[in-house]
Design a protein around this ligand. Structure first.
Ligand code: GUN
Length: 283
């Protein structure tokens, strides 16, 4: 058996074409969604992520602005900028690219963003709403993964999902979203003693650890769905996921590639959240 490969880039393209039409319709009604991205310093990976977000916004005709500030920017300066963006009625979504330089308290910054403009879904109020299954901005990577599973009609209710990784951005929230969909969820992390045995029980495996090709077919139950959130650059420059793709594709029934898998869906969900914010702000 060879797995069906879930190409996130193709799904993302279909969704972006629909959003492009939606933006045209919204603009006719006087709603013009705008995303403001704040980038502090010149972390190379962050620069590349931010430019991907800008390009995607341009592609669907969404107004976007990049505010780029030096690494020496103080916490007070950043908080003051966020305050200004919170009050700016033209701005619907605010995204402060993480990680921030060490002298800035990341949590303080996340909590300074007005929840109605928190298109990352990182504010504790929005996380609380997600946990209690209320309508809110879902964090983009977990939201993208859930959308992929749904578009492929992959059963979630009653299935055993194992999440490897417990970051605030991916691991914890994807587990919660799968629980909201009535999966039975197990989290594995660096202190988990019997990880392989647990992963072998999974119908759905979400891998978000940041270790190149760590998960091979020996971890995977025959017919499982495997979602690879990792993006690792090897010494020779190639990008690879946390999953050993060639090995796992012989065992899984569905598998996402890296690149062209989860990444493009993440950006697409950011656009979707920004449209949602603009519609909410117009009400
Ligand atoms: N850095 C890596 N991923 C993300 C993300 O989804 N949002 C923000 N703000 N920063 C990130």
């Amino acid at each position: 058996m060879t797995a069906t490969i879930i190409y996130g880039n193709q799904l993302a393209e279909t969704l972006r074409v629909k959003m492009k039409e939606e933006i045209v319709n919204l603009k006719r009604k006087g709603i013009d969604p705008k995303l403001t991205v704040v980038l502090i310093g010149d972390h190379p990976a962050s620069k590349s992520y931010v430019s991907g977000k800008q390009k995607a916004a341009d592609y669907i005709g969404m107004d976007s602005e990049l505010i780029q500030l030096p690494a020496e920017t103080t916490e007070a300066e950043l908080l003051s900028l966020i305050d200004q963006l919170n009050q700016d009625t033209v701005v619907d979504g605010i995204l402060v690219q993480l990680p921030l330089p060490a002298h800035i308290d990341e949590q303080l910054v996340i909590e300074a963003i007005r929840p109605s403009k928190d298109v990352d879904g990182f504010h504790p109020i929005n996380i609380g709403k997600m946990m209690t299954n209320q309508d809110t901005f879902l964090p983009c990577t977990p939201y993208g993964i859930l959308t992929m599973l749904k578009l492929y009609d992959i059963d979630i209710a009653g299935k055993h999902a194992v999440v490897i990784g417990r970051s605030n951005i991916v691991g914890k929230p994807i587990g919660q979203l799968l629980l909201n969909e009535n999966a039975t969820v197990t989290y594995c992390h660096s202190k988990t003693a019997n990880m392989k045995e647990l992963v072998q029980l999974a119908d759905i495996v979400i891998v978000a650890v940041g270790r190149a090709r760590m998960i091979d077919r020996s971890y995977i139950k025959k017919g499982a769905t495997v979602i690879d959130v990792g993006i690792n650059r090897l010494d020779d420059g190639t990008l690879t996921g946390d999953v050993d793709f060639d090995s796992v594709k012989e065992q899984a029934s569905y598998l996402t590639p890296v690149p062209k898998g989860v990444g493009p869906m993440t950006i697409t969900m950011l656009l979707k959240n920004t449209i949602k914010a603009a519609i909410n702000h117009a009400q």
